[in-house]
Design a protein around this ligand. Structure first.
Ligand code: AMP
Length: 189
């Protein structure tokens, strides 16, 4: 990783607004810290749900926001109205690849299938050493516990190596998220 480590933080999170306030508050806090610390937010470019909340909070706190979205999603007019840059791709695969390339670190907030898909893909790329970047899961309210249980199940059955538990770090508070990213940066320098 470069000296500009963690200058760009990619956040995967839910696009639904029909979720508990607890998760919205966490998204707001994460966006705010990204902005205050001068990081650039890389995210899926949406304006809905936690995605919109993170982007709004980053912008409000003075941070830079780069959205990465497909033409189709952009045409559905669900992209955010304000960002510093919007990168538009032809396919979902290109979009995800671009987000992964632009990121220095990944923060995973609660979300649904899209969030799980992106998280699993990055974990696989970390496993294959196609990427070497920190990935922190905000396990607020034990949200990700079933996913960790599933990973444990695959380890117990011999399908996943025990050491792959180190591919991600799970924390339960927003402040711990940035402690992990800060410590990771310090180790890499
Ligand atoms: P989900 O967890 O199913 O709500 O999906 C959220 C994740 O998938 C985000 O991290 C985005 O990258 C992507 N995504 C899903 N819906 C949208 C949307 N409406 N606009 C942009 N990206 C989206």
């Amino acid at each position: 990783m470069s000296n500009s480590l963690s200058q760009s933080i990619c956040v995967f999170c839910g696009s639904s607004s029909e979720v508990d306030e607890l998760y919205k508050k966490a998204a707001q806090e994460i966006g705010c810290v990204i902005g205050v610390r001068g990081y650039t937010l890389i995210y899926g470019g949406g304006r809905l749900g936690l995605m919109g909340i993170v982007a709004d909070a980053t912008l409000a706190a003075g941070g830079k926001v780069i959205g990465v979205i497909t033409k189709v999603l952009q045409n559905l007019q669900i992209s955010h109205a304000r960002y510093d840059k919007l990168l538009v791709t032809d396919s979902m695969h290109e979009r995800k690849r671009l987000m992964y390339d632009l990121a220095d670190a990944f923060i995973i907030l609660p979300g649904g299938l899209g969030t799980m898909d992106e998280t699993m893909e990055v974990l696989v790329w970390l496993q294959l050493k196609l990427l070497d970047k920190p990935l922190v899961m905000l396990d607020i309210n034990d949200f990700w516990r079933p996913m960790f249980a599933l990973i444990d199940h695959t380890i117990a059955a011999g399908f996943t190596s025990e050491e792959n538990r180190n591919l991600y770090k799970a924390v339960s508070t927003t402040s711990e998220v940035f402690d992990v990213i800060g410590n990771w940066s310090a180790q890499e320098k």
